[in-house]
Design a protein around this ligand. Sequence first.
Ligand code: PMP
Length: 338
Amino acid sequence: MRIAQDLADAVGNTPLIRLRKASEETGCEILGKAEFLNPGQSVKDRAALYIIRDAIARGTLKPGGTIVEGTAGNTGIGLALVGASMGFRTVIVIPETQSEEKKDMLRLAGAELVQVPAKPYRNPNNFVHYSRRLAEELAKTEPNGAIWANQFDNVANRQAHVETTGPEIWEQTGGKVDGFICAAGSGGTVAGIAMALQPKGVKVGLVDPEGAGLYSFYTTGEISTEGGSIAEGIGQVRITKNLEGFTPDFVTRVPDTEALPIVFDLLREEGLCMGGSTGINIAGAIRMAKEMGPGHTIVTVLCDYGTRYQSKLFNPAFLKEKDLPCPDWLGKGDADLA
Ligand code: PMP
C-alpha cells in the first residue's frame, strides 16, 4: 500500500462491505461503500476536498483565506480538516438542531461555529442563506479573503463523485454492479455517481426520508413534503444545482420506523456503527433489490460513523420521546461481573 502524502491524499478509496443481513433478506448482493472510513468519518470529505481544490484552482481561495459554509455538520468537518491541513480558516454556520457530537467535532477540528435556529430554506435566515451573507461580509474584511463553499449549488461537490466514488464502485465490483441507491442532502453523491455509472448501464435510485420533497418531485413533478425524520444530513426539499440533470431509475420513501431497526441490527449483528442516513440508504437498497429481483448487485453508501449521534439515535430517552423503535439492549450500563 502506498503512503498518503497528506490528509487530502487519504480521502476516498474506501472499501465496499457486503451487508450480510440485507443480502440474505433479498437474495441480492447488497454492498455498502464505507465512507465513514474517510479521515473526517463521512462521505462529505470528498466534496469538501473537491470544493477547496476547485476554489484554489479558480484563484478565489488564496493562501491563508477563510472558508465559510452552511452545513448539517459533515461537510463542515471535512472542510475544517482539509482546511487545517492546507492552512485555511473555516467558519461554519450550523442549525442548532444538529447533534452536539458533530458540533464538538467541528470545534475540535478548529472550525469557528455560528449556531442558528433551524428555519426552512425559504426563510432568509435559513443556515444556507445566513452562511452566504456571512461569506460576503468576511470577503470584505478578511486580509486573505473568504469564500462561500456552497455545497448545495457548487457542482465541484458532485464532481468528486463523478471522478472518485463512481469509478471506485465500478472498479471494486469489476463492473458487476446492477444498481446504486442513496438519499440526498446536497444531492452530490447520488447525482455524481449517476453521471459516472448510468452511462455504463447501472440503474440509479434515490431514497427519501419522510419530510423530504424529492420522492414527490420525481414521481409527480411537484415538491411536497410529509412527516419528518431524525436522520441528519439528508432530506432535500428543492432541486439543487448538484441534482440538476439527474433522472433516477427508481425512487422510494422510507419512514424512520423502517430505517432505525436496520441501524440497530447492523451494529449488533454486523459490527457496523452507522448514522441514521445509512439506515435510510440500506432500507432503500433492500426495496430496490426486491423490485429488481434476486441475483443482482446493489451498492449503497455507509455515510458516517454512529458515535456522531450517540445523544440521539443511540439514546433511549430521545427515541422514546419521538415514539421511535428502541432495542432493549440500548443504553444498558457496564457489566457487573463482581
Ligand atoms: N448522510 C449524511 C450523514 C450527510 O451528512 C450527508 C450530507 N449532508 C448525506 C448523507 C448526503 O450526501 P450529499 O450531500 O452528497 O447528498
